[in-house]
Structure formats: C-alpha cells, structure tokens
Design a protein around this ligand. Structure first.
Ligand SMILES: Cc1cc2nc3c(=O)[nH]c(=O)nc-3n(C[C@H](O)[C@H](O)[C@H](O)COP(=O)(O)O)c2cc1C
Length: 250
C-alpha cells in the first residue's frame, strides 16, 4: 500500500516536472524569437536607412557640354600652373559639367569610349566632387551626377589631405578614385600600373580644361587614403589617387 502511494507521488512529481520544463522551454523559445525579431528589425532598420539614403540620393543631369570654347590646347599647356590660392567665388554648373566631361565624358556613344584612354576600355577610374552642398559621383553614362552625401565634407577632406589649405579654400574639390579590380580581370598584376597611369590622364585632362575655363587647380597626392575612402563611403576595393581643389585664382 505504502509503495503504491510512493509510486503515485513519484508519477505526480514527474508530471509536474515535465509540465514545468515544457513551459520554461516554450518561454525560452519565445524569448529567442522575440530577440531575433528585435535583431531582424534592427538590421531591417539599417537596411531601410541605407535604402532611403540611396533613394534620396539624387541623380542630377549636368548641363550639356559645349565644345566651342576654342581655347587653344597649346595655350592651355603653356598657361597651366598649380594654383593654391582661391577667391571664395563659386563655380557654376556649366563649368563643373565641362570639367567632369574632360575627366571621363563619353565621346563615342556606340562604344562608350571616353575623353581619356583606358587599358582595354575597362575604365577603372571614378570621379567624385565635393561641394558645399555635398558629395557627388560623376556618371559618364548620360553625363549625370549621383549625390552620395548631402553634407559639406570639405573640412573632413582638408583633414584627410594633411591640412593643405587649397582643399579648404576651394569651392570645388575633385577626387579621383581607382578600382583596380575592374582592370585586374583582364590584365592581372599590371592593373595597378594601368589604373595609376589612367588617373594621370584624367588628372591632366581636368587641369587643362580648368585652365581653358580661366580657373585654377592643384593636383594633390598627399593624403590619408583610408580617411578619403571613409569620407566618401567607399570600400577598400577603392584607392584614392588624386584630390584636385579647383577655384578662381586669387
Ligand atoms: C602626383 C603629384 C602629387 C602632387 N601632390 C601635391 C600635394 O600634395 N600638394 C601640393 O601642393 N602639390 C602637389 N603636387 C603639385 C606639384 O607640387 C606641382 O605640380 C609642381 O610643383 C610643379 O608645379 P606646376 O604644377 O605649377 O607646374 C603634386 C603633383 C603631382 C603630379
């Protein structure tokens, strides 16, 4: 009789224990689900933020280019000088349009060939501009600007350029970025050499166009790469090669 009672008590306790573990396990699962939803929500919020940044990133049509400036090339070669002192005067979009076209504008629509030559026509160079109203990427296709930031980052760029005054003073800073991977696909280890050469072509085109527009500029190579990359929001697949402050000479 006594052992029967013990048996019933044991079964009773076992049932309570099972019930307790079941409730506690389902509570844990529900906590985990809730936690993972919170994490998911957080990451969704981050994605939404990024997407909305990209969506609000304006695409701007640049003014049409005009090739009737008729400033002789040999005169531009003769007059080009590194200019480091600028007045505060802003540069209008017509001039910015011409400078970007000279840098990377498409001159043959069927092939996409550009003002500057490129090994294998792979175009590893991107051109960004910094103005008081933000940072923009030049899009050669359709001659457009893509706004990547609506903040004035020129002071940050000035810091990245080791406090070189022209970067702070210029109303416009052009940044030349290489993505070696685009050329590596075809040319392997020669890609770095080719892209660096191409940055030189792009830079010289900019400097000559700037001269022909009666503006001044200086090519700058001394800066902290990682800071420039971070300011623009790029990855380590990108290498900044030049910063070019542009403005009206003092
Ligand atoms: C690759 C490269 C990097 C340069 N980096 C700087 C720089 O960081 N700061 C600067 O004030 N000038 C820089 N310069 C400009 C040179 O100092 C300038 O071209 C040189 O003094 C010759 O003067 P010019 O350009 O008027 O002919 C650089 C030029 C080149 C080609």
């Amino acid at each position: 009789m006594k052992s029967k009672k013990i048996n019933i008590l044991f079964k009773y306790l076992t049932a309570i224990a099972i019930l307790f573990f079941t409730i506690s396990a389902s509570f844990n699962v529900s906590c985990q689900v809730n936690n993972s939803i919170t994490t998911q929500e957080k990451s969704n919020t981050a994605i939404n933020r990024l997407e909305s940044q990209n969506n609000t990133a304006e695409i701007i049509d640049l003014p049409e280019i005009s090739t009737d400036n008729h400033y002789p090339l040999d005169e531009a070669l003769m007059s080009r000088r590194s200019i480091r002192d600028f007045t505060g005067r802003k540069i209008d979009m017509e001039k910015i349009s011409m400078i970007l076209w000279a840098a990377q504008g498409i001159t043959k629509n069927d092939t996409g060939y550009r003002t500057a030559p490129s090994a294998g026509a792979l175009y590893p160079i991107d051109v960004y501009i910094f103005k008081s109203d933000g940072i923009y990427k030049y899009i050669p296709q359709g001659h457009k600007l893509h706004k990547v930031s609506d903040k004035d980052k020129r002071l940050k760029l000035y810091e990245a350029c080791l406090l070189q005054e022209p970067v702070k003073e210029a109303p416009l800073n052009i940044v030349i970025i290489a993505e070696y991977g685009r050329t590596e696909k075809k040319y392997g280890s020669r890609a770095i050499r080719y892209a660096n050469m191409e940055a030189g072509h792009v830079c010289q085109n900019i400097l000559l166009e700037v001269t022909s527009l009666h503006l001044g500029a200086v090519p700058i190579g001394a800066f902290r790469d990682e800071m420039v990359i971070e300011i623009i929001g790029l990855t380590d697949a990108h290498t900044p090669l030049y910063v070019i402050p542009v403005g009206y000479a003092e």
